[in-house]
Design a protein around this ligand. Structure first.
Ligand SMILES: Nc1nc2c(ncn2[C@@H]2O[C@H](COP(=O)(O)OP(=O)(O)OP(=O)(O)O)[C@@H](O)[C@H]2O)c(=O)[nH]1
Length: 327
C-alpha cells in the first residue's frame, strides 16, 4: 500500500559533497590558525574563507538535500582555493592540486571535470613559470595528467554503473516499462505536486490485457511475453514523453498523465484501446485491453486513486472487455 514516502536516505551525490566539504573544512582549520599565528594574513584570510565557505556548503546540503548547484560550487571552490594558495605561496603548495583534481571528478561530469582540470593546470604552469625548472615542469605535468586520467576513467565508470543500477532498480526487465517501485515513487511525487498546484490536473489510465490467460494457453508463455513487449511499444508510440508508462502487475499497466484533465485522459484511453485492437501483430493474437481512467481528486492517497482506476477497469471488463470506463 502506498500512503507515505520512504524515509529520505542520502543520495550518493549528497554523501560525496558532505564528505568532501566536511573533511576539507575541518582539514583546513589548523592551517588557518597557524597562518594567523604566523601573521601570514593573505593566506590566513584565504584559509578562513575556505573553512567558512566549505562549512556553509556542508550545512546547506545537509539541510536541503540539494546537490546540483552545491557540487558545481564545491568544484569551483576547491580549484579557486588551491589556485590562489599556489599563487600566494608558490611552488611549495603544489601538492594541494592532487586532492583538488581528484575531488572535481567526483563532483562534475567527467568531460567537464577534465576541461576544468586542464585549464587550471595551464594556469598554474603559467603562474609558476619562473619557479619551475624544465625537470620540475615535466614532473608536474606528467604526475597531474596521470592523476587526471585515472580520475577520468574512474569517474566515467562510476557514473555509467550508477545509471545502470538506476535502470535496474526502476525498469521492468521484460517490457522496459517502469516497474511498480518506480510507479509508486512517481505517484507520491505527483500527489505532492497536486497538493501544492491544483491547477495542473493529473490522470491515471490503468490498462489490463483481456483474457491473457487464454492467450498464454493458446500461443504459449514465450509468445505471451512477446505480446507484452509489443503492447508496451504500441502504447509508448502513442503517448507523450511526459506521460509515463509502468507495469503495475503481470498484465496490468498504468500511465500517469501529468497536466492532463479528465476529458483528455478519456480521449487518450480510447485511442490507446483502439490502437491495441488495430495493431496488426497484436490483432492476430486477439489482444485487446480493458481500461479504467481516474483524475486525481484532492486529498486522495495514491492507494485510493489507483483503487478508483482499478474499479473503473473492472467495470470495463464487466461490460464485455475491450472497452474503457471512467471513475
Ligand atoms: N507470458 C506472460 N504471462 C504473464 C505474465 N505475467 C502474468 N501473466 C499471465 O497473465 C494471466 C492473467 O490471468 P488472469 O488474471 O486470470 O486474467 P485474464 O486471463 O487476463 O482475464 P481478464 O483479466 O479477466 O480479462 C495469467 O495467466 C498469468 O500467468 C508475463 O510476464 N508473461
Amino acid at each position: 500500500m502506498i500512503t507515505h514516502s520512504e524515509p529520505s536516505k542520502r543520495s550518493i551525490e549528497e554523501s560525496i559533497i558532505l564528505t568532501l566539504s566536511g573533511v576539507s573544512s575541518v582539514g583546513v582549520m589548523p592551517f588557518t590558525v597557524l597562518r594567523f599565528m604566523q601573521s601570514d594574513w593573505a593566506v590566513a584570510f584565504l584559509d578562513l574563507f575556505a573553512v567558512l565557505a566549505l562549512g556553509s556548503l556542508f550545512i546547506y546540503v545537509y539541510r536541503t538535500h540539494k546537490t546540483e548547484l552545491p557540487a558545481r560550487i564545491l568544484a569551483f571552490l576547491s580549484m579557486f582555493i588551491v589556485f590562489v594558495t599556489i599563487l600566494l605561496k608558490g611552488i611549495g603548495q603544489l601538492m594541494w592540486i592532487y586532492p583538488a583534481l581528484t575531488a572535481i571528478f567526483f563532483l562534475l561530469p567527467a568531460n567537464i571535470a577534465a576541461l576544468y582540470s586542464i585549464s587550471i593546470l595551464i594556469a598554474i604552469g603559467y603562474v609558476l613559470r619562473e619557479q619551475l625548472t624544465l625537470f620540475l615542469t615535466l614532473e608536474f605535468y606528467i604526475s597531474t595528467i596521470a592523476t587526471l586520467l585515472f580520475s577520468y576513467a574512474f569517474s566515467d565508470r562510476m557514473r555509467k554503473q550508477q545509471l545502470q543500477l538506476t535502470e535496474l532498480a526502476t525498469k521492468d526487465p521484460l517490457t522496459d516499462a517502469g516497474n511498480r517501485r518506480a510507479m509508486e515513487q512517481k505517484l507520491l511525487e505527483v500527489i505532492a505536486f497536486q497538493r501544492r498546484e491544483q491547477n495542473f490536473p493529473a490522470s491515471l489510465i490503468l490498462m489490463d490485457l483481456d483474457n491473457f490467460k487464454k492467450v498464454n494457453d493458446e500461443f504459449g508463455h514465450a509468445k505471451g511475453d512477446d505480446i507484452l513487449k509489443v503492447f508496451v511499444n504500441t502504447i509508448k508510440n502513442r503517448i507523450r514523453s511526459t506521460d509515463k508508462l509502468y507495469r503495475f502487475g503481470g498484465e496490468e499497466f498504468v500511465i500517469i498523465a501529468e497536466n492532463t484533465p479528465l476529458k483528455d485522459a478519456i480521449l487518450l484511453a480510447e485511442e490507446l484501446r483502439s490502437s491495441v485492437e488495430k495493431e496488426g501483430w497484436l490483432a492476430k493474437h486477439k489482444v485487446t485491453i480493458s481500461v479504467g481512467t481516474a483524475k486525481y481528486e484532492p486529498h486522495e492517497t495514491a492507494f485510493e486513486w489507483l483503487g478508483r482506476a482499478d474499479r473503473a477497469m473492472y467495470q470495463a471488463k464487466e461490460l464485455g472487455r475491450n472497452s474503457c470506463c471512467v471513475a
